[in-house]
Design a binder for this molecule. Structure first.
Ligand code: MEV
Length: 313
């Protein structure tokens, strides 16, 4: 029997990816239909401190001392030791399983980071507020993402739709109408750190162009915040399509992603765009409730697997 079981959600960026790394606002939503589970089993009767890391999806089961330095649990344990002056930690086995496809822009890494921090803090008897959980999870995100904005760990920590500016407290958003979203997986894996690095390089080569695109994205996010809070689905859809066009100009779309956006729009979606880092991963479509099923069928008939349907209340 595990002593601790923690479930964390996935996420999608609705507006403003990449520009958010440079201080512009973005909007993200939690995806509760995609979850990571972190379990901790105490190891009773171990003489020496023993910590075991298990990730069956990756076929890993190892003692902490045999793991590489960049392993998430190695970092998390070091963070807790430092922050709370822990010299000896009770022995345990931590197991991670996740339904979130990796390298697909749906927050698999943030979901694991937040899950590990939440589970460890409970196991160690620390009653940490979400703000602290988020702060520690951000430290873990930095290991793999180089220069993350912090939006992914924040939306996963709080499990609420939010308007986010790097370094500021999030503003939670509530729509008066439910938003029906479909996530359509291109099946093309994409590593956030690589795409963020390539946008950085593009900006270094074309500072005026890229800064102007970021500014346009930031302005669009502010309009989207109002549309979200007013439940103006038509306006949200229009802004999603505009955001996609700006991301195309940033060179982070692919013909495959553009084709998925077009297919969604031709079949009744109010709006669609790539979401997350881009160069692969998922497209997100905003759909009227009555069209959700038929649009799902359109994608399925084209052989597209793993469509996730979710509702933001
Ligand atoms: C990734 O979900 C969103 C990016 O803007 C990176 C970040 O904000 O850290 C591409």
């Amino acid at each position: 029997m595990p002593a601790i079981v923690v479930h964390t959600v996935g996420k999608s960026i609705l507006f403003g990816e990449h520009a958010v790394v440079y201080g512009f606002p973005a909007i993200a939503v939690p995806i509760p239909d995609l979850q990571t589970t972190v379990m901790i089993f105490p190891l009773i009767g171990e003489e020496k401190e023993t910590i075991v890391y298990e990730a069956p999806d990756l076929a890993i089961s190892k003692n902490l001392t045999d793991l590489p330095e960049d392993n998430i649990l190695v970092h998390a344990v070091a963070l807790f030791r430092k922050a709370y002056g822990l010299s000896r930690i009770p022995s345990f086995r931590l197991k991670i399983t996740s339904k979130i496809p990796v390298a697909s822009g749906l927050g698999s890494s943030a979901s694991v980071s937040v899950g590990v921090i939440k589970a460890l803090s409970q196991f160690l008897g620390l009653k940490l507020p979400l703000q602290k959980i988020n702060e520690l999870a951000f430290e873990l995100e930095k290991i793999h993402h180089g220069n993350p904005s912090g939006i992914d760990n924040t939306v996963v920590s709080y499990e609420k739709a939010l308007y986010f500016i790097k370094g500021c407290d999030p503003v939670f958003l509530q729509s008066p109408l439910p938003l029906h979203l479909l996530l359509i997986n291109s099946g093309i894996p994409s590593l956030t750190a690589d795409v963020v690095a390539s946008v950085k390089q593009f900006r270094e080569q074309n500072p005026d162009l890229v800064n102007a695109l970021f500014k346009e994205i930031g302005d669009l996010v502010n309009s989207a915040k109002n549309a979200f809070q007013n439940g103006d689905i038509a306006q949200l859809g229009t802004l999603m399509v505009k955001n996609h066009h700006l991301l195309q100009k940033l060179n982070i779309s692919l013909p495959e992603l553009d084709a998925l956006v077009d297919l969604a729009l031709q079949n009744g979606a109010c709006g669609a765009k790539l979401c997350g880092a881009g160069r692969g991963g998922n497209v997100i479509a905003l759909v009227k409730e009555e069209n959700v099923h038929s649009l799902q069928q359109v994608f399925k008939s084209r052989g597209i697997q793993g469509i996730v349907s979710t509702v933001i209340q």
